[in-house]
Design a binder for this molecule. Structure first.
Ligand code: AMP
Length: 113
């Protein structure tokens, strides 16, 4: 079954898109946890980071490169930011489509909840 992120990728529901290419899409989180909170999502439907395989190696590299570029475009690169990939139940993942959270614009704390 398609996730809500597939609907955003297919433009079936709206999102505040900040970047898109053939491999991925980045849009603002609907319930932001920081002044900048962007989700970077591969267009390939992968349930979680636990489900990736060797064939996804280039895609995973692409996502990290784009996370860096999106952070720069958002003006949080120098001040700093956090990239989070919640994975499965105990990782706190709610949407079953792998995604990177890019969080910034405030001081992050450690350890995570
Ligand atoms: P996770 O808990 O890691 O699966 O994160 C899912 C994220 O998706 C949460 O931060 C939600 O606020 C966000 N989210 C859910 N639905 C939407 C939506 N329609 N547009 C933007 N962000 C969403």
């Amino acid at each position: 079954m398609s996730s809500i992120f597939t609907k955003i990728i297919n433009k079936e529901i709206p999102a505040a898109i900040v970047y898109e290419d053939n491999e991925c899409i980045a849009f603002r989180d609907i319930d932001p946890k920081a002044p900048v909170h962007i989700l970077l999502v591969p267009k390939k439907e992968i349930l979680s980071l636990a489900e990736v395989s060797a064939e996804d190696k280039a895609l995973l590299g692409h996502l990290l490169m784009k996370a860096s570029e999106v952070a720069k475009a958002e003006g949080i690169s120098e001040s700093g930011y956090r990239v989070v990939v919640n994975t499965n139940k105990e990782g706190g993942q709610e949407v079953p489509h792998v995604h990177l959270h890019i969080l910034g614009g405030r001081q992050m704390t450690w350890s995570p909840g």
